[in-house]
Design a protein around this ligand. Sequence first.
Ligand code: SAM
Length: 338
Amino acid sequence: MHTAATPALAMLRLLGGFQLSQAVYVVARAGLADQLLDGDRTVAQLAAATGLRADPLARIVRVLAGQGVFTLDPATGLVGLGPLGRTLVTGAPESVRGIAVMWMETHYPAFAELWQTAETGGPAADHLFGMPYFAWLAQDPEKVATFTAAMTDFARAIRQDAFSAVELDGARTVVDVGGADGAVLAALARRYPRLRGTVFDLPHVVAAAPLLLRAAGVDDRITAVGGDFFVEVPSADCYVAGFILHDWSDGEAARILSRVHEAAAVPHARLVLVETVLDRCEAPEVAALLDLTMLGMLTGRERSGEEWRVLLEGAGFRLDRIRETGGPMCVIEATRVP
Ligand SMILES: C[S@@+](CC[C@H](N)C(=O)[O-])C[C@H]1O[C@@H](n2cnc3c(N)ncnc32)[C@H](O)[C@@H]1O
C-alpha cells in the first residue's frame, strides 16, 4: 500500500473513494473472493468463471491489489486473496460481502444527494427515493433480502463482540425488537437454552425468520411476529434492540421505547441495547461513519452516553450501565421504571 506523498495526493485518494467502493462492489457482486478460495487464478480464469470481461476486470483487480484486497504476482499474473479480500468471502466469519452489495445498491445512490441533507437537514435517501428509506425498501422483496443479509454480516463481522457480551441470565421471555430474520435471537437462544422469545420486525422482513429459526433448532422456543414497533410490541420480561434506536430521531426513538414500556410483562423489565456510544467507543471512526450513514439514509444518529441516558430516562427507563465490548459497539443495559 502507498503512503500519501503530499496532502493533494492524499486528498485525491480520499476523493477517489467513490470509485474504489464501486470496484469493491463489482468484486463482491461477482463473488470473486469465493473463486479464489481454492488458490490463485489468472484474470482470464476469473473472467471466465464470473462472466465478466477480462480487460475491465484486470484493471479493477489492479487498483484493488493496491488496497490489500488482492495479491497480484507481476511475473505470473496470478491473482490471490489479500487480507481485505478475505472479508468478501461469502459467509466467512469476517465477511462483509452482504454489506458491500447493500451499501452500493441502496446507500451509494442516496449519498449522491448529501448536499440536500446539508441544506435541508432531511435524509438524502428521502430526497432520492421520494419516501423514507424503510418504506422504499418494503416495495421490493429482493432489496429487503439484501438489507437483511447485510444486517447479518454486521451482526457477525462487526458486532459479534457486542452480541457475545449480551447477558440475559435470569430472563425468561425476550423480544428482539426489530430483530430482522431472527439470526441474532437464534444465537442468543442457543446460548440460553431455557430462554423463550419473539423476533419482532415488519411483517415482510420477519417473514424470513421461521426458516432460520427452524434451521437453528430453536423454533420450539422462539417465534416470529410481524408488526410496527411504533404501534405495539409483544409482551416479555426482557427486551433486546440491536441497531434500532440509532435509526431514529430522539422523538421517534422515545415512541419505540414507550411501546416497550407499555408492553413489558413485569414492572422492572430489562432492556438491552447494542449500539455505539460516541464517547465510549473503541473505534470512534466506525461510529462516525455509522453516524454519517444515519444522516444520509434515516432520521437517526449515533449518541453519546449522556444522550442515551437522557433518551432512556425520558421514556421511563433507568440507564444501569454501558459496557464496552472490544469492538465498535457497546451493550447498554437499562431497567424499566414502573
Ligand atoms: C438496522 S436494522 C437492525 C436489525 C437487527 N436488529 C440487527 O441488529 O441486525 C433495523 C431493523 O428495524 C426494522 N424496522 C424498521 N422499521 C420498523 C417498524 N416500524 N417496526 C418494526 N421493525 C422495523 C427493519 O426492518 C430492520 O430489520
